[in-house]
Write a protein that binds this ligand. Structure first.
Ligand code: TRP
Length: 333
């Protein structure tokens, strides 16, 4: 069969507007998002409604949402070819979420480890934090999604989405495509520069250990120069014994499309490894920062692209929601 006649598999993924993007997000996840666009029909959603599950300052949420949209475009998500949109701009997400809440059981939601983690760490536990997976299931199922590329920490959320889809289909007839979880293969695991045994995370939690996508070259160089290594002086990729050096090798490899082992063989001194890693990161981020500044100076263009995204998203999601409402027995308008 001519491969062009086959529908391209659809990928769907979501990201919260939680403030800033760091090198770990970029090299671990977003490079895969960009890559998927070549061989898949890609749908990417900024999940601002999910962000509301924990208390947020309205001005910050608005700023972070806009900034994230611009960053995603700057790293290479193409809103003309793929679909990129804000979750809150597509009302079908909230509407299908209610049907999902009524399909999932209290017991299933109660077993989610992400809920246990987050509710343990926060004073105010919203109802939305508990039903978070129902909204996530709606996100995914609205687009007849085949593949969901997300990290291993999302495994339970994808499994519950599959369970909900299967249950709905068996109770009410074929309605949803049952999606599969794909753990991105090429995703580099980027660790904190000061605490290389833990993942790089938001910079307010670890300012010296995190490199922001919008960070200046001077600051990048300073942080990489100060990155924790070890005292044996040998450049080799060994995550257990040499977490700091291995992290630098992972960063340099990911930034130059190589592998840590290959990169390691060209170095004998930590100083050289550090200065080349800093240069590679600066070179990787420069075009992203330039594109971001360009979008930042033209808010009307960002808003045009997001409107395009939500209108393309609604074409698909409204059909799926209609099917679900019909099959579950709601009276047509
Ligand atoms: N829960 C995801 C996270 O925290 C974000 C998310 C929301 C998502 N809806 C999604 C991811 C749908 C993939 C598909 O990373």
């Amino acid at each position: 069969m001519c491969p062009n006649l086959k529908r391209m598999a659809r990928v769907f993924s979501g990201i919260q507007p939680s403030g800033e993007l760091h090198l770990g997000n970029l090299l671990g996840a977003l490079v895969n998002w960009v890559d998927h666009q070549k061989s898949h029909d890609a749908v990417y959603c900024i999940v601002d409604l999910h962000a509301l599950t924990l208390p947020k300052n309205p001005e910050e949420l608005r700023k972070n949402s806009l900034e994230l949209a611009q960053l995603l475009i700057a790293v290479g998500i193409n809103p003309e070819e793929s679909i990129l949109f804000m979750q809150s701009h597509v009302p079908e997400h909230s509407q299908l979420a209610w049907l999902m809440e009524c399909t999932v059981s209290f017991g299933e939601l109660n077993r989610m480890t992400a809920f246990k983690d987050k509710s343990g760490r926060n004073e105010f536990i919203s109802g939305g934090l508990f039903t978070y997976p129902a909204l996530q299931a709606a996100d995914i199922l609205l687009y007849d999604t085949d593949l969901v590329p997300v990290g291993d920490d999302q495994r339970q959320h994808i499994e519950i989405t599959r369970d909900i889809a299967e249950r709905f289909n068996s109770r009410f007839g074929d309605t949803f495509v049952v999606p599969k979880h794909v753990i991105p293969p090429a995703g580099a695991r980027i660790m904190d520069l000061q605490h290389p045994e833990r993942k790089m995370s938001k910079s307010e939690l670890s300012p010296a250990g995190t490199i922001n996508v919008l960070e200046t070259p001077e600051s990048i160089t300073k942080k990489i120069k100060r990155a924790v290594t070890d005292s044996d002086g040998d450049v080799r990729f060994d995550v257990e014994e040499k977490p700091g050096v291995s992290n630098l090798l992972s960063i340099l490899a990911a930034a130059t499309s190589s592998t840590p082992e290959k990169v390691a063989s060209s170095y004998s001194r930590y100083g050289d490894l550090k200065s080349d890693t800093a240069d590679a990161v600066i070179a990787l981020l420069r075009p992203i920062q330039e594109k971001f500044r360009e979008l930042e100076s033209d808010p009307a263009e960002t808003s045009r692209l997001l409107t395009l995204g939500s209108s393309k998203a609604r074409e698909i999601s409204s059909a799926t929601l209609g099917r679900a409402m019909q099959n579950i027995g709601l009276l047509e308008t």
